[in-house]
Design a protein around this ligand. Structure first.
Ligand code: ADP
Ligand code: TRP
Length: 333
């Protein structure tokens, strides 16, 4: 089998949450054990929503520290910041010429804004900047620039990867060669949609997240706010319809899950107990990573160093790809 290239990016728009970690970061790191991998911080994607420079810079460090604390080894994985690879933006312009406006009309982030506007009786274009509208093209460029085969993401991003594949096919068709590799989404089945505090998909947009590296006390407090029903302590409870148990399953061993499910069904256990059990298993997994995260955020020079090196390596690969593309396209002056 040919060598597979794995690539994924995360927008710096706030500290990653448990959904980002289980849905994207962890599966990506597992793939990086086997395949050549490229992970990056999608800071230009964030610019659509984050307009305060200090805030954007801060979030960028947070995402970098999260990846490193979660186990990314920069000697093995190419790790960089999107804005450090300007070839991305050249490729964006190139593929724009092969992207139909109709395709962008169907993109879910844009459609979600449209729905909000219609609900509120605002014009369709309200709060739609061109960055949001062309978001999937920039994302396609991120992916296609590095000849990516597999893109580990949560379920919500699959549409964007299908669009990147459509765009790549349109380019290849025109030049009658396999100029761009056709990417495929890689969605981890058990964590494709991690549910949040209220049982909906965990998302910054719904304000129902559990941030990955909350200090211990705050994590405990946050878990206590998970929405449960109003059953009394003595009543038997159903683990399969409980938000606390849904999260517990993602961190506990099979034996632990069975034992807690038993306590649910037996009655005599209150929600406070279930939440305390959740804290224990979650904190055990998170604690070593949180300690490393805190260290990295105190002295950011290591992150700076890693990103400078990553940028250098990424630009070599990207430069080769872009000069080849220019030649094939006839823009090599
Ligand atoms: P958010 O929806 O909180 O803004 P992002 O869009 O920044 O999250 O997502 C970053 C990565 O994490 C993407 O690959 C996305 O698919 C994944 N992801 C986000 N939320 C979840 C979730 N609740 N479950 C699984 N994966 C998720
Ligand atoms: N759109 C992705 C998100 O919202 C982030 C992203 C940008 C990305 N470029 C990418 C993900 C390329 C995978 C590959 O989460």
């Amino acid at each position: 089998m040919e060598k597979q290239i794995v690539l994924t990016g995360i927008k710096p728009t706030g500290m990653p949450h448990i959904g980002n970690y289980l849905g994207a970061i962890k599966p990506a790191l597992a793939l990086s054990e086997k395949y050549e991998s490229r992970f990056f911080i999608a800071d230009y994607h964030s610019l659509n929503s984050i307009k305060d420079p200090a805030e954007l810079r801060g979030y960028t460090y947070e995402i970098a520290a999260c990846w490193l604390a979660a186990g990314l080894d920069p000697e093995k994985v190419l790790f960089y910041r999107q804005s450090d690879v300007p070839e991305t933006f050249e490729l964006t312009t190139m593929i724009m010429a092969f992207t139909s406006k109709g395709l962008m009309n169907r993109a879910h982030a844009y459609k979600a804004q449209l729905d909000i506007n219609r609900e509120k009786g605002k014009p369709d274009d309200h709060n739609v900047n061109m960055g949001l509208y062309t978001y999937p093209v920039l994302m396609a460029a991120d992916i296609l620039l590095f000849d990516t085969n597999l893109v580990p993401v949560g379920k919500d991003q699959v549409q964007h990867i299908e669009m990147a594949a459509d765009i790549a096919e349109a380019v290849n068709r025109n030049y009658k060669e396999q100029l761009l590799t056709i990417p495929e989404a890689y969605v981890s089945e058990s964590t494709k949609t991690v549910l949040g505090m209220d049982g909906r998909k965990m998302s910054k947009s719904y304000n129902n997240t559990i941030p990955l590296f909350l200090p211990e006390k705050k994590l405990k407090k946050q878990l206590n706010k998970i929405v449960t029903n109003s059953q009394e302590i003595e009543e038997p409870k159903d683990p399969d319809t409980c938000n606390v148990f849904a999260l517990y399953k993602l961190f506990a061993t099979k034996e632990q899950q069975d034992a807690l499910a038993e306590r649910y069904r037996a009655g005599g256990m209150g929600w406070g107990h279930a939440k305390a059990e959740l804290f224990e298993v979650m904190n055990e997994v998170i604690k070593p990573m949180r300690d490393r995260y805190d260290e990295l955020m105190v002295d950011k020079s290591y992150i700076d160093e890693v990103l400078v090196k990553g940028a250098r390596k990424a630009r070599v690969l990207a430069g080769e790809k872009i000069s080849h593309m220019r030649k094939v396209m006839g823009v090599d002056g």
